[in-house]
Design a protein around this ligand. Structure first.
Ligand SMILES: [Ca+2]
Ligand SMILES: [Ca+2]
Length: 137
């Protein structure tokens, strides 16, 4: 078992361009742009392990080939990587965040080997993340 696993990168490959009501994530009153301002966080339970910068006003091509990248560089010890992690995507707004979607998952399983990348969701889903991992021995 590795001593730690580092989440080097979280790539957003696909996200819904409209909210669940079928509207733009931002209305014009919020600013000059209506597309979502992407922000992610990574949590274990209620503890925020990483809260990203914001990528303003992005559109998904819906083909699962978006390259909106965040770089948590988050090292998790064995307690951390054996815990369930929550990855969530938000649209940042000046006074709040709109929740776009997310996944609860384990990034390590004793029987799954040591993949360098891990896909959360499938390309048929509305939201897809790709994690880039590094193992420290
Ligand atoms: Ca919004
Ligand atoms: Ca926004």
């Amino acid at each position: 078992m590795p001593t730690s696993i580092k989440i080097l990168k979280v790539r957003v490959k696909k996200f819904p361009n409209l909210n669940s009501s079928g509207n733009q994530w931002d209305n014009l009153a919020v600013g000059n742009f209506v597309r979502p301002d992407l922000n992610i966080d990574i949590k274990i339970g209620d503890v925020v392990m990483y809260d990203s910068n914001v990528l303003d006003d992005k559109t998904s091509n819906s083909n699962c080939t978006d390259t909106y990248d965040f770089f948590p560089d988050l090292a998790l010890n064995s307690t951390g990587f054996n815990s369930q992690l929550t990855f969530r995507l938000y649209d940042y707004d000046p006074t709040s965040y709109d929740f776009i979607g997310g996944y609860n998952t384990f990034i390590y399983s004793p029987t799954s080997g040591f993949p360098n990348t891990l896909l959360l969701g499938t390309c048929n889903d509305t939201l897809v993340f790709e994690l880039t991992l590094q193992y420290v021995w």
